[in-house]
Ligand binder design. Structure first.
Ligand code: ADP
Length: 443
């Protein structure tokens, strides 16, 4: 078993991984930037090491510094968390070249899924339904034929996209070229890859994703779905499991296809297949080859610790869980707590002057902030996740209402009020919401 793991991340996810390590009897090494010296993940780790100044580029994305830290502390493995280097194929390769295990999939799979065009092709070949699209934008006639077939609206997307960047929705022909050029510029700037492609834009789908867990012996299980349709600017805000709209039959059908596909490509570790879901049909969009922010809702309804399982399969162990043992029980909802203004959405870093987090049965808070903590301005504004669990959806919802009321974070702005507003709408209560929910709410 791994003796020591370096966690190449910060914030709540660094803490989440650290907790799993501790329960497995594995020592931890935290890395941090100079502004994160007093961060909770640093305080709680067995060892810590500064990898650079505040900017993420110089610290949490600084591969040579992280490798040096891993070598100096003599770790067996590196857990990348999510974001930062978690889907960086080169990082995974360099780690393995240093005889350190990367806790994640094989680098070939990171590469395969890192390009959304390739990912869709592979999924298509393995029998997973995908959104209709066109990848080669060099031939105007082909584009015209495609649009004639699927009709406007369409969406321009970046092949290396993430975080909702490099996307443009086009409703009429006159806007197409401009949208393609704008998306290219944004994609080049954000991902250093200007490749974009077109997809049919579905007007009122849900975003539903399937969690997979695979070992290195070809065993694959799926752990149900997460409904992540509450999004702002294509960024998830609230997630839940199970989704209110899926029948058992629908769930089984898509889960079967995902398992078959993962087996066929020989995937290892945890992963998420993201779909749009409209009129009872699933359309694959992309696969995330890492732990997701919203993994806790799956843990709550399956009782399975995804991070521990991820570490165990990376250690070369056989999955001990069989598909027939995985039963979804109850309902779980997660609200992402962001340090931002509830109306302008402008990030709100600064010192937390008073902090009280909710508790009680069925309440889970995954966060790394504390009373007196200063949120640096250099990183993501998500400062924690509030997760509730109930035997029924209405119980999980009542608990969320109560927990949001109880949550006190003073000194900075947060989106707690916005969450209260969202979950009290009839549409959210019914669970029938789709990806347009937030734009309708804000208008
Ligand atoms: P990213 O990797 O940048 O998050 P995704 O491909 O996962 O991009 O898409 C993010 C969100 O954008 C989806 O959850 C959905 O709300 C919207 N979206 C993407 N593609 C389409 C599409 N073809 N039709 C409608 N909405 C889409």
């Amino acid at each position: 078993m791994f003796k020591k793991i370096l966690i190449a991340n910060r914030g709540e996810i660094a803490l989440r991984v650290l907790r799993a390590c501790r329960e497995l009897g594995i020592k931890t090494v935290a890395i941090h930037s100079d502004v994160d010296e007093n961060a909770m993940h640093v305080r709680m780790a067995d060892e810590s090491i500064c990898v650079g100044p505040a900017s993420a580029q110089s610290s949490y994305l600084n591969i040579p510094a992280i490798i040096t830290a891993a070598t100096l502390t003599d770790v067996d493995a590196i857990h990348p968390g999510y974001g930062f280097l978690s889907e960086n194929q080169r990082f995974a390769e360099i780690i393995e070249e240093h005889n350190i295990k990367f806790i994640g999939p094989k680098s070939e799979h990171i590469k395969m899924m890192g390009n959304k065009i390739d990912a869709k092709k592979i999924m298509d070949q393995t029998g997973v339904p995908t959104v209709k699209g066109i990848n080669d934008l060099s031939d105007k006639n082909k584009i015209e034929d495609f649009i004639k077939k699927v009709k406007y609206p369409i969406i321009v997307k970046a092949a290396s996209g993430g975080g909702g960047k490099g996307m443009r929705i086009v409703t009429e022909e006159d806007d197409l070229n401009k949208a393609i050029n704008e998306a290219k510029i944004e994609a080049k700037k954000s991902f250093n890859d200007e490749n974009v492609y077109l997809e049919k834009f579905l007007t009122s789908p849900k975003h539903i994703e399937i969690q997979v867990l695979c070992d290195s012996f070809g065993n694959v299980v799926t752990l149900g779905e997460r409904d992540c349709s509450i999004q702002r600017k294509h960024q998830k805000l609230i997630e839940e499991s199970p989704s209110s709209v899926l029948t058992n039959e629908n769930r089984e059908k898509i889960s079967d296809l995902c398992r078959k596909s993962m087996k066929e490509i020989g995937y290892e570790g945890v992963g998420t297949l993201e779909f749009l879901y409209e009129n009872n049909e699933f359309y694959f969009m992309e696969m995330n080859t890492r732990l997701q922010v919203e993994h806790p809702v799956t843990e709550m309804v399956t009782g399975i610790d995804l991070v521990k399982e991820q570490i165990l399969v990376a250690n070369g162990e056989k999955l001990s869980i069989k598909q027939e043992d995985i039963k979804l029980k109850g309902n779980s909802i997660e609200c992402r707590i962001n340090a931002e203004h509830p109306e302008s959405f402008i990030p709100s870093p600064g010192k937390i002057t008073q902090y009280h987090q909710p508790g009680g049965l069925g309440i889970r808070v995954d966060s790394a902030v504390y009373d007196g903590y200063s949120i640096p301005s250099h990183y993501d504004s998500m400062i924690g996740k509030l997760i509730t669990y109930g035997a029924t959806r209405s119980e999980a919802l009542n608990k969320m209402n109560r927990a949001l009321e109880e949550y006190v974070i003073m000194g900075i702005n947060t989106n707690i009020q916005l969450h209260q507003k969202i979950i009290q709408t009839d549409e959210f209560k019914r669970g029938s919401y789709n990806i347009n929910f937030m734009s309708n709410l804000i208008e």
